[in-house]
Design a binder for this molecule. Structure first.
Ligand code: FAD
Ligand code: SF4
Length: 471
């Protein structure tokens, strides 16, 4: 190792892990990046300047001890790096893969000024993947078990973050999920080319080894009531996500051939993994001309899934310009490499119909006007610029709204004006809802956001629960 070289960043440039061969990428459901080798990771980690006041740590939503674990890995202390990395992050190997690092940790790296940021995400992934493969497991030997028990509803990043922190404080966490595997959108949403499904299977085994209990295929409100959980446990955490698809509100949205993004992605995962599902739920776009509407992470995942299914042509139509796309730049670049065509400044106005089925989408060109209430410049239609894009399938990827359960009212869990769960973030008991025994975090509280912010809220809520239980 070249550890300790203060000028490493001058001799060694930033390198991302190699990407797999494009032909394999376009035809298989595999992650597109190779793992770093040991010498690559040591050299890359050693580029860190160990800034006194590390901006990367502040910008990382879980405030990872980034320079510290970069130093450990650059010196070959892999297990120590893994242990430290797990002090702040419940799923480091997942965040290393799916965080938009260019907007978070790496975007804040001092070396961005001309040298190229340290490859923080790929290093974080390497540390945990490699340590777990070598037999490392989180050290819980110092944990003193209490007699408290908490039910966690939802095995997504928020629920897992909460269960992790509770377990490390000696509180028994029992996690319920309606799906057959843990992960929430990590398993039933984000496709394999960003995050292979075995990563979450391995994670479940690690969590089970830590003492977390999972009750899968169990929906609260259907299989068990919230009253039952409130009676059986000392507290309940809700990490149930947001699942109501936003509609385009244009004519033709209900036509055959028009699909909701998440239904399409989940159907494909279920098909790949052999999970049980209604055969109608699997949509195969082989040989078809596909238009995906939207410009976020979900839209990118849909276009790239369609390519892997063997679609004849895949177009992404987005109503703002490229600079204003909300998703990760890296994934837009990856989509381009895989042959997706982008049509920017196009607003859909109607699905075109032939023989009772979608045959295209009518769009109008837009120009960006004044900023709206969200601070983003509003797309305004340009008169006379309509055009029809032919398509056999149209996928609508406009994001998600909260999907509160029917039982929230009877359980005393109040909602805000946009239907998000009210959870007091800055009170004594962090993320407590209007029912003192119920806490909540993640997408259902903040609106659909990121894996790493859901983990953070789940972990913070666990601290609130520990204070509430006085342990
Ligand atoms: P979820 O992950 O939605 O988990 C909620 C869980 O609760 C689910 O498993 C659900 O089955 C369960 N549940 C709900 N109701 C019940 C009930 N009544 N009983 C039992 N279980 C229940 N973020 C990134 O950072 N990077 C990305 O690249 C990225 N890509 C994305 C791609 C797509 C297609 C989508 C949809 C989102 C993406 N996101 C990405 C966002 C990220 O996945 C979410 O912000 C994050 O998963 C939210 O975590 P959560 O725990 O709040 O909810
Ligand atoms: Fe960067 Fe995300 Fe890891 Fe934080 S969790 S260091 S933002 S990749």
């Amino acid at each position: 190792s070249r550890a300790g070289n203060n000028f490493q960043f001058i001799d060694v440039g930033r390198n991302d892990p190699n990407k797999r061969d494009i032909q394999n990428r376009k035809t298989q459901y595999i992650e597109i990046y190779d793992q770093f080798t040991e010498s690559q990771v040591e050299n890359q980690a050693d580029r860190c300047l160990a800034c006194g006041n590390p901006y990367c740590e502040w910008k990382c939503p879980v405030h990872n001890f980034i320079p510290n674990w970069l130093k450990l890995v650059s010196e070959g202390h892999l297990f120590e790096a893994a242990e430290l990395s797990h002090q702040t992050n419940t799923l480091p190997e997942v965040c290393g893969r799916v965080c938009p690092q260019d907007r978070l940790c790496e975007g804040a790296c001092t070396l961005n000024d001309g040298f190229g940021a340290v490859t923080i995400g790929a290093t974080e992934k390497y540390i945990t993947d490699t340590a777990l493969a070598m037999g490392w497991r989180p050290d819980l030997s110092g944990v003193v078990q209490t007699d408290k028990r908490v039910a966690v509803i939802g095995a997504g990043p928020a629920g897992l973050g909460c269960a992790d922190v509770l377990t490390r404080a000696g509180v028994k966490a029992v996690v319920y999920d309606r799906y057959p595997e843990i992960g929430g959108l990590l398993t039933f949403g984000i496709p394999e080319f960003k995050l292979e499904k075995d990563v979450m299977v391995r994670r479940r085994e690690v969590f089970e080894g830590m003492g977390i209990e999972f009750k899968l295929n169990t929906e609260i409100g259907r299989d068990i009531t919230i009253e039952q959980l409130l009676a059986d446990y000392d507290a309940v955490f809700l990490g149930m996500g947001t699942y109501k698809a936003m509609l385009g509100r244009f004519p033709g949205e209900d036509l055959p051939g028009v699909h909701k993004a998440l239904d399409y992605l989940i159907g494909n995962v279920n098909n790949n993994r052999g999970y049980q599902q209604d055969p109608e739920a699997f949509v195969n776009l082989k040989g078809q001309r596909v238009v995906v509407l939207g410009g976020g992470d979900t839209a990118m995942d849909c276009v790239r899934t369609a390519v892997r299914q063997g679609a004849k042509e895949v177009i992404c139509a987005y109503r703002r310009d490229e600079v204003n796309m909300p998703g990760s730049r890296k994934e837009v670049q990856n989509a381009r490499e895989e042959g997706i065509q982008f049509l920017f400044n196009r607003q859909p106005i109607e699905v075109v119909e032939t023989n009772g089925k979608a045959s295209g989408i009518r769009v109008v060109e837009t120009a960006l006007g004044e900023p709206g209430p969200d601070g983003r410049r509003r797309p305004e239609p340009i008169e006379g610029s309509e055009q029809v894009i032919d398509a056999d399938a149209v996928i609508v990827a406009f994001g998600f709204q909260p999907s509160p359960a029917e039982w929230f009212g009877s359980a005393g869990v109040e909602l805000n004006d946009w239907q998000g769960v009210v959870a007091a973030e800055h009170q004594n008991f962090k993320f407590q809802t209007t029912n003192p025994k119920i806490f909540a975090g993640g997408d259902m509280v903040r609106g659909s956001d990121l894996v790493v912010t859901a983990i953070w809220e789940g972990r913070q809520a666990a601290e609130g629960i520990l204070d509430y239980l006085d342990v």
